[in-house]
Every structure is written in structure tokens, then in C-alpha cells.
Design a protein around this ligand. Structure first.
Ligand code: ADE
Length: 246
């Protein structure tokens, strides 16, 4: 099955962009996913082909018009009704690995790329459009965010990465960051690979990796750590909970 990506954008020439290279590029030429950029401006109705207007209530910048965006979305819905529609915006729901997995397991995705100050909010009211953010920073447009989202999905498609992408200990799959990696040379700039990784003792190695993942997550991502610890305490199989239930 081909994962069909339709991208509604004012810059269709930005696609597939970097996704035409390397792993995603190979998957594209193998037909594992398809890339269909659609020019939003083609849905403008006035003689100037305008897609934006000044913000109601005043303020800087321009806002993407609801009527033009809705026509573009309806066109995508007609051609791919079963694909979820995501609008890339810094005001969106944070993208997670869990959401990426669910998307990659589906038929494809329609991605609406924002520009300027964003979309007229009314587009989210009458149509099943999910606002999505890739992080707490502002990009110049949704196109690079769409590329990030697609990259995360494509590597999970069957046959794209094989075993490497289904690893249960990959970052976020366990609710933690992944453990650190090392390779030869054993000594570099006076630093050596941790002894345990050269011991051949798989149980010890697994325990060390788990510990490192916990340490790094606690230090770098206290938000993830808190959620992980909360889930552990609340889990029905967790000792804490059993005690509480008695
Ligand atoms: N457009 C601009 N910034 C963005 C972000 N952080 N995520 C998704 N789309 C965006």
C-alpha cells in the first residue's frame, strides 16, 4: 500500500525537497509513499488570485482566507476522503511519536501549510482539520514542519527502515529518551567506550542502557520523566497501585 501525502501549500516546489533524498527518496521511487503538492493559490477566486487578507481587529501581518483554504481542503477531501487533514501551525497540538505511528499505519495524510500569521480560525470549525505543531518555536511557514512530519511517518512505513525503525528502545517508544551510543575506536581523544559495553554481558548491558536512558531523560526532559514516573506509579501492574487498591 502506498502512503499518500497531499500537501496544500503556497510553495509546492518545496516538495519533496529533502524527502527526495536518502531513505525517504528511495522509498518514494519504490512507490512506498507518494507526494502530491497542491498550489493553494489555484483555489483563489478573485482576479488577483489573493489568498490572504488583513487581520480582523487589526495588528501586523496577513491571515490566510477561510474561503480559499476551505476550497483547497475540499479538493483534497474529494480526492482522498479517508486521509486525516493536519494543519501545521505553532498553535497546534504537539506532534508525538504516538501520533506519527498512528498516521504511518493509515492510508496517508493531507497537510495544510500555514504562512503569514496563520489561518482564519473558522476553517477548524466546519471541517475535520487537526492543528499540529512540531515544537515551541515559530517557523517562517508550515512547509518545513510538514517535511518533519512526513519524514517521521515515512521511516516507519513497511520496508523503509526494516528492523531499525521498529526498535522498542528507540527514543519516545519507551516514554524515555534512548540510551547513548558508542562505536570504534575504543579510545578517542583520551576517552574510552564504557567498559560494560565491551563486556559481552547482555543482561548487564541492557541494565546499563536502561539506567542511562533514565538519567538522560531526567536531566534533559523533566517533562517526559514526570509523565513516565506518573505512568509507572499509576500502572495496574505497578506495586504502588496494588498497595493502594488493597
Ligand atoms: N508553522 C510555523 N511554526 C510552526 C511550528 N512550530 N509547528 C508547525 N507549524 C509551524
Amino acid at each position: 500500500m502506498t502512503f499518500a501525502a497531499t500537501i496544500l501549500t503556497l510553495y509546492p516546489e518545496m516538495f519533496p525537497g529533502p524527502l527526495g533524498q536518502s531513505l525517504a527518496g528511495r522509498a518514494l521511487s519504490e512507490g512506498r509513499w507518494s507526494c502530491d503538492p497542491v498550489q493553494i493559490r489555484d483555489f483563489a477566486t478573485d482576479k488577483h488570485r489573493s489568498v490572504d487578507d488583513t487581520p480582523a481587529g487589526g495588528g501586523a501581518g496577513m491571515v490566510l482566507r477561510a474561503d480559499v483554504i476551505a476550497s483547497a481542503v475540499d479538493h483534497a477531501l474529494d480526492s482522498q476522503p479517508e486521509a486525516p487533514i493536519l494543519a501545521m501551525t505553532p498553535r497546534g497540538n504537539p506532534l508525538t511519536q504516538e501520533r506519527v505511528r498512528a498516521l504511518a499505519a493509515g492510508p496517508g495524510v493531507t497537510i495544510l501549510c500555514g504562512r503569514f500569521e496563520g489561518f482564519d480560525e473558522r476553517i477548524f470549525e466546519g471541517r475535520p482539520i487537526e492543528p499540529v505543531s512540531i515544537g515551541d518555536y515559530v517557523l517562517s511557514g508550515g512547509e518545513s514542519a510538514a517535511i518533519v512530519l512526513l519524514d517521521a511517518c515515512i521511516r516507519l512505513l513497511p520496508g523503509v527502515m526494516g528492523a531499525a525503525s521498529s526498535g522498542d528502545d528507540e527514543s519516545f517508544e519507551t516514554g524515555l529518551l534512548e540510551y547513548p551510543h558508542y562505536t570504534r575506536p575504543v579510545e578517542w581523544e583520551g576517552r574510552t567506550i564504557p567498559e560494560v559495553l565491551r563486556s559481552g554481558d547482555h543482561a548487564k548491558i541492557a541494565a546499563w542502557r536502561k539506567r542511562q536512558a533514565e538519567i538522560d531523560t531526567r536531566l534533559r526532559r523533566p517533562d517526559l520523566w514526570e509523565r513516565h514516573e506518573g505512568a509507572r506509579v499509576k500502572s495496574p501492574s505497578g506495586a504502588h497501585d496494588k498497595k493502594k487498591e488493597r
